[in-house]
Write a protein of this length. Sequence first.
Length: 445
Amino acid sequence: MKKFIQTIKNIFKIEELRKRIVYTILLLLVYRLGSFIVLPGIDSTMLANLQDTASTGLVGLLNMFSGGAFGNASIFALGVMPYISASIVIQLLGVFVPYFKKLQMEGESGRRKMNQLTRYLTIVILCIQGPAYMASLHSQIPQEAFLAVNRLGWSSFMFNLVSTVILIGGTMFVMWLGERITDRGIGNGISLIIMVGIIARLPYALTAEIGEKVNSTTGGLLLLVVELIILFFVFVAAIALVQATRRVPVQYAKRVVGNRQYGGARQYIPMKINAAGVMPIIFAQALMLFPLIFSRFDATRGLAATLSNYTGFWYNFFFFIMVVAFTYFYTAVTVNPTMMAEDMKKNGGFIPGVKPGKKTVEYLDTIMSRVTLPGSIFLGLIAILPAFAMIFGINNQFASFYGGTSLLILVGVVLDTLQQIESHLLMRHYDGLMKTGRLKGRSGM
């Protein structure tokens, strides 16, 4: 405890680090305040149905990512998910489209161009999601809640148009906050905004769970203690999944310059057990919504109900299979063994016992496939853990913290932020946040 207090003091002794932390906290507060500002012209007292709908399924996931702004009909209701969707599309295009491949190879200038294209694509996605969100509002809340239409005489088209523009502006403002945090704050801004939104839902979920257990007559408090202990071990397992790597040894040949020799040292390529992060879960959750389309037809209604049951066997079985499959797919897209082998060859490196060139590419691809298998299975198990939590009687909102996207985002972002803080401490010769070793974030070792 004494060491922890001293580390906190050391953090605030470093002026630059102190300013970055305070700046980050202030911008996150701005975001949280904005998530409670309801769209102009809507009665905030009539949003109960929308909030109930936004507590389960993919809509519940979007509401969690936005910190409750989705269910509050806030100006930040669409959050940063459109930006994340655009980033995923641009990243995938960088694998399949030559123009985007060229941009990736152009260094800083190419990165700026891709960021600009990501912003443009975000606006396109917002122009689709904004009207869809307004249509959802009209179907979820009473028509009396639209004050601008009922009292000011606005047409529904004009009200939806103005509200869509506000939603687009809100998301772009949130993106700007994230970029400011990344540039002048601490940690990755977009990731921190998502994490704060998830954490903001934790008190509500925990309060609801405590209320249910207190009112229970069958040892509710004891069950609550057991639940919290299990949650702790799930967090530990998620940390292990995020940090686990396999190191591939690389020997660098000696270079002779004049009368001096350079290089010759052995280094390691860290192969991540889970290189895909949370993206496989997001993709799989999106696909699991398709059976709902067939619930309107009598012939397929029973099958759709079976595949849409969040706690049912078949839903979780297919969900698990898709998470494993998408883990392999996304790893293959983001990890390029050919590029790794070429970079190794340019720097005079080679893997002991493996011939350079095609053999090195095949070796790296084989290692990556073997490393990804346990990672994908572990990720699939974490993805379906909330279903098991709900089966054992845990509140739906609180159960989402037992696994899935929210848990991995919390763990990954916290580790990344602590890693940046530790680097600032070590640069100024202060002790880090851990006694031995160094923190490892999602970016590797």
